[in-house]
Design a protein around this ligand. Structure first.
Ligand SMILES: [Mn+2]
Length: 328
């Protein structure tokens, strides 16, 4: 973690100057990009495009299909060009360190300027410009403020991209980071006239059949342990094969375990071919990143994961023993 965060207004001003003096930009989000990284990148792409800049949009990992409705999404390429043009500015979205964007060494080496835009406390000061604000709900909130800073009126498609970033990163204005400013910016964006309700429908009320069936299997397996403080769910190999489902169809399932009052830790065990993927969620002081670390995994205090190359039942036993050390 860094001790002094550069003043955002000063960094905005530096970015404005860079945009005025450079013509070529390379934009990239973090690996496994989410609605905020992609939405922010697309709005920023449009801003640069309107100012006549040449922009290359890159994402090493595939983009979640529920974001395909965003304008310009098809312009994002999965590969890096052979040759990075001279005087290119690299802009990274939510990459705590440059390698979070993937294999971009070539671009890093050849870029004339590096711009780092992030709202996570894990951010490091690797950029020539570091636009960091840890009080922002999302990078989209920061990009909105940059539009305001350079007095560029936001277009409808840009507003829709930024709104998508805010909605997804706040869990629909649910997470504690959601501030009055978040709501205010969302309101300003909605004024641009895109269909906010439709975006929420696409992102939250549209699910593949496989996801719903896997959720059903997981909920059926839901068990409470340790005086109802620990919830566990299990998805077996046969569940995946029965519904021809893959790991992407299990997203968010873990959160259902946390809905039960008094549950402090929830664990989802997913049986894979030769290992077991384990996902953790916790409330309050129970640091599940430490439990994951016992099995060479990682993550945050309240959300983490690891993999064990042992049979399912054995994995469950080992993981639960570690959890019980934390539960009184
Ligand atoms: Mn974000």
């Amino acid at each position: 973690m860094i001790s002094t965060v550069p003043k955002i207004e000063e960094e905005f001003e530096k970015l404005r100057e860079v945009i005025l003096s450079y013509e070529k930009f390379f934009l990239a989000p973090h690996l496994n990009p989410d609605g905020d990284a992609i939405g922010s990148m697309l709005a920023f792409y449009s801003l640069l495009n309107r100012l006549g800049k040449k922009v290359y949009l890159f994402s090493q990992d595939s983009i979640p299909s529920n974001l395909f409705f965003l304008k310009d999404i098809k312009k994002i390429k999965r590969s890096i060009p052979e040759h990075i043009e001279e005087k290119t500015v690299l802009v990274l979205f939510e990459c705590s360190v440059p390698k979070r964007a993937g294999d971009i060494e070539k671009v890093l080496k050849d870029a004339s300027r590096i711009v780092n835009i992030d709202h996570h406390k894990t951010a490091e000061l690797y950029g020539d410009i570091n636009i960091l604000d840890f009080s922002s709900s999302s990078t989209a909130e920061i990009i909105y403020r940059f539009f305001y800073h350079i007095k560029l009126k936001i277009l409808k498609k840009e507003a829709a991209s930024l709104y998508t970033g805010i909605v997804t990163d706040t869990g629909r204005f649910h997470f504690p980071i959601t501030s009055p400013r978040t709501h205010e910016i969302a309101a300003r964006l909605i004024e641009e006239g895109f269909d906010a309700s439709k975006i929420n429908d696409i992102i939250y009320a549209t699910k593949p059949y496989e996801s719903l069936k896997m959720l059903g299997r997981a909920l059926e397996s839901l068990t409470l342990l340790k005086k109802n403080k620990v919830a566990i769910m299990t998805l077996k190999l046969e569940d995946f094969s029965h519904f021809k489902a893959s790991s992407e169809h299990t997203e968010n399932i873990i959160n259902y375990g946390m809905m039960i009052k008094n549950v402090k830790v929830c664990v989802l065990f997913k049986e894979e071919n030769d290992k077991v993927a384990v996902t953790f969620r916790s409330k309050g002081d129970i640091d599940v990143s430490k439990i994951a670390a016992v099995f060479s995994g990682g993550g945050h205090k309240n959300a983490s994961g690891c993999k064990l190359a042992i049979p399912l039942e054995e994995a469950k036993e080992k993981v639960l023993l570690e959890i019980y050390k934390w539960i009184k």
